[in-house]
Design a protein around this ligand. Sequence first.
Ligand SMILES: NC(=O)c1ccc[n+]([C@@H]2O[C@H](COP(=O)([O-])OP(=O)(O)OC[C@H]3O[C@@H](n4cnc5c(N)ncnc54)[C@H](O)[C@@H]3O)[C@@H](O)[C@H]2O)c1
Length: 332
Amino acid sequence: MKVVVTGGTGMIGRKLISSLLATPELTDRDGNKSEVTSITAFDVMPPDPPLPDDDRLSVVTGEISDTGAIASLIGDDTDAVFHLAAVVSAQAEEDFDLGMRVNLDGTRIILERCRALDHAPRVVYASSVAAFGGEMPDVINDTVTPNPQTTYGVTKVIGEYLIDDYSRKGFIDGRALRLPTIVVRPGRPNKAASTWASSIMREPLAGHSAVCPVTEESKMWMLSPRRVVEAFRHAQVLDSDAWGPHRVVNLPGITGSVTESLQALSRAGGNSARALVSFEHDPFIQDIVDGWANTFVTPRGDAMGFTADADLDEIVSVFLEDDLEGQHAYYE
Ligand SMILES: NC(=O)c1ccc[n+]([C@@H]2O[C@H](COP(=O)([O-])OP(=O)(O)OC[C@H]3O[C@@H](n4cnc5c(N)ncnc54)[C@H](O)[C@@H]3O)[C@@H](O)[C@H]2O)c1
């Protein structure tokens, strides 16, 4: 079966592709287990560092809002699409037009292309806990209505509604995951307002200093890269019936404060690692982070078989096992 990954050279896209190459099994258009024989990574950025050299993988560099490029990318031979391409939170906040073009128009173009096929492909969509905002209960459960307070969150929620409606109409078999903040993110800091949550663990564990722009009490809803890749794969293979008419799920995660993250850092890297983190308050970032939901109960996601990391120590271990070695290249 043929699989397309948009945002395929991004952090999660790369990890998903590596996982699919290592364990090439998903569910095809008929709902049967099937071997993944072809993966296309689509992204506006070429892969850096390169993606694995593998005959089953091709990389297409292009713009998600280019209807012609998407028509060439997704065809009647495409069984599954993982739609991950997006501009992240702070970038969409700074540049409204870019956020709308990439996150909203791009998603609509992907869905319209899928609708034009001779079958309804499985589409897995990356949404975000940025769906929630404004007045919220202390604990978000599965019935809380999204009320995003950023352009990024708005585009993600509109994408969710489109996934629901295109699925209801039978144009696609869609699935949308509201991702926690993915920590520890390997590579360089990005333009997400949450980028510090990874930096304060990643940089010290690699022997470099990091600056935390928010207070020690600030909390985040988190999941490791390993678990999120498992979640994308699991979402793709779940039966349609498991989703029902509402195609969106809040992924399980764990709540961690800056203090707790730094304690996990000390346990893994000692006091010398902890000493590499300093604080420099940034009210712009603090405001965005304070507006995010950070504590959830996720009975729907749990019942569907999605899983969270056990604790922050597991999150740190995943980074040490999967990414620390490759991380050193980013400081050269
Ligand atoms: N990482 C997180 O903490 C997190 C949390 C919630 C939701 N998400 C969502 O998960 C998805 C993947 O996140 P990630 O962490 O891998 O982000 P990322 O920024 O590493 O990857 C996104 C990719 O999209 C690509 N892209 C941006 N504009 C594009 C365009 N115009 N055309 C084609 N490609 C374009 C980027 O080049 C990038 O490679 C995104 O949709 C993101 O919004 C991520």
